[in-house]
Design a protein around this ligand. Structure first.
Ligand code: UDP
Length: 483
């Protein structure tokens, strides 16, 4: 029979670290499975995507970036997402419609935050597949909370309750829940819908950055109980490699990568804790002080990425001379070589995979969670907002590879964390000691984490579930193409 025509897939990421990074990696996944992948971008984000793709020579041949031509005053999708995501997306409606009609791709994979685009896409007849950055565990948890509302009618924000209907006993407090009822800061994007993980209606299916063996019962729930057609193709960060097998990210690192690697090379295997809170979270300077004291007192080696500080001027970028660290802290860390501080953006995958790194203190963003899992690292969980408290339960209570730091509260929908009481230095120190101190419990976590890492690798390789899911979507699109 005649060869089937190639499959053309469009990817439409939402701008911002935790959204755009996995979407570009998903484009890599399908490119690796033979699709011709095109990433759609507004002018100011296009160079970032291009840089990320250029660094990845293998997939560079099959991934393109399409830049929407927009009037300068209408480039609304490119706002820094550390402020509220912009909602004025109307400038993109027409260019998107025209592009889809002209190119007729086999499908478009669109971030669930681009809800505005559903109508336009559906009107063109192009198959719409939704990408929502979370795993199945948090989505099933939301679904069960929504259905049973166990958190309503409690006396206190801190009274524990169990989420009904889940295969594991998951306890939460109301203070840890995203505020379904609060008005979101980003207006038109309607987070109440996607917060609950309910993908927009009428889509063809959902692409998920996870893998079956990581959360089998929750994948089954997501598919069979919640009724989603889902292709689980992750962990997609495992596709984020260039020929030298170095991590390639969209952003340039704020630290010389070689300096960072040399620093790590000088440490013993598994002796370093990597501390990072993702691309958006801003910790208060009080919290940073407690963290600094706790890390220092633990005596453990660490690499600590400090991205943004809340309450600072302008857009929250850190200043070189701020008072957000204890007096003399940085000098001491330099002298003793206990800690390496990275201000801004770190080469996270590179660090996580270095053999000297033995633990990960994380805010439990889903990408970071999966990256930790893929590197076989046990974690200290330090959730701050959004689904992160769910992911913490997943890491600690379901996977059994984490120690909680004790952060219990967020105070607003926003990622500007205004936690009233910071996690104290004693708690930080205790959690770090427990994870890195070599006790029986920690060793068991380390063993399990390595097991999960192997599962992740099996999933994406030929014969694995993520490989099969990616392949089956491509085949389905191919067959429709041939019809
Ligand atoms: N990241 C990174 N360097 C940094 C901070 C973050 O490469 O200094 C990457 C990290 O590897 C992950 C993403 O940014 O892929 C953050 O996504 P996540 O879902 O963990 O958290 P979010 O930023 O959405 O809160």
């Amino acid at each position: 029979s005649a060869p089937l025509p190639p499959v053309e897939m469009f990817f439409f990421p939402f701008v911002g670290g935790g959204h755009q990074i996995p979407m570009v990696d998903i484009a890599r996944v399908f490119a690796a499975h033979g699709a011709s992948s095109t990433i759609l971008a507004a002018p100011s984000s296009a160079p970032v995507f291009q840089r990320s793709i250029d660094g990845d020579q293998k997939s560079g041949r099959t991934i393109r970036v399409h830049t929407f031509q927009l009037h300068e005053d209408a480039v609304s999708l490119d706002t820094d997402t550390s402020a509220a995501p912009s909602t004025d997306t109307s400038a993109l409606l027409e260019p998107l419609r025209e592009l889809l009609i002209e190119r007729k791709p086999n499908c478009i994979v669109v971030d669930s935050f681009h809800r505005w685009s559903a109508e336009v896409i559906d009107a063109t007849g192009v198959l719409r597949i939704v990408f929502n950055g979370n795993g199945c565990f948090s989505r099933c948890s939301f679904e069960m909370l929504d259905a049973h509302k166990p958190h309503e009618g409690l006396d206190s924000e801190y009274e524990p309750f169990v989420i009904p209907g889940l295969p594991h006993k998951i306890e939460m407090t109301r203070s840890q829940l995203p505020h379904f009822h609060k008005a979101p800061p980003d207006g038109g994007n309607q987070p109440s819908g996607h917060r609950r993980g309910r993908p927009n209606n009428n889509h063809f299916g959902v692409v998920v950055n996870s893998f079956y063996d990581l959360e089998p019962q929750y994948v089954d729930c997501f598919r069979n109980v919640m009724g989603n057609r889902a292709w689980l193709v992750g962990p997609v960060s495992l596709f984020n490699r260039n020929v030298e097998d170095k991590a390639v990210r969209g952003k340039a690192s704020s630290v010389d990568e070689q300096t960072c690697l040399d620093w790590l090379d000088a440490k013993g295997p598994g002796s370093v804790l990597y501390v990072s809170f993702g691309s958006l979270a801003r910790l208060s300077s009080r919290q940073l002080h407690e963290l600094a004291h706790g890390l220092e007192a633990s005596g453990q080696n660490f690499v600590w990425v400090i991205g943004k500080v809340s309450g600072s001027e302008g857009n929250g970028e850190i200043s070189a001379d701020g008072d957000w660290l204890p007096d003399g802290f940085e000098e001491r860390m330099g002298e003793t070589e206990q800690g390496l501080l990275i201000r801004g953006w770190a080469p996270q995958l590179l660090i996580l995979e270095h053999p000297s790194v033995g633990g990960f203190m994380t805010h439990c963003g889903w990408n970071s969670t999966l990256e930790g899992v893929s590197s076989g690292l046990p974690m200290v969980t330090f959730p701050i907002s959004a689904e992160q408290f769910f992911n913490e339960k997943f890491i600690v209570d379901v996977l059994g590879i984490g120690v909680k730091s004790g952060s219990v509260e967020w105070s607003s929908w926003s990622w500007r964390n205004e936690v009233i009481e910071p996690v104290g230095r004693e708690k930080v120190e205790a959690a770090v000691r427990k994870l890195m101190g070599g006790g029986v419990e920690a060793e068991e976590m380390r063993r399990k984490a390595k097991e999960v890492k192997e599962m992740a690798r099996r999933a994406i390789n030929q014969g694995g579930t993520s490989y099969a899911d990616a392949d089956s979507l491509i085949r389905e699109l191919q067959n429709r193409n041939g019809d």
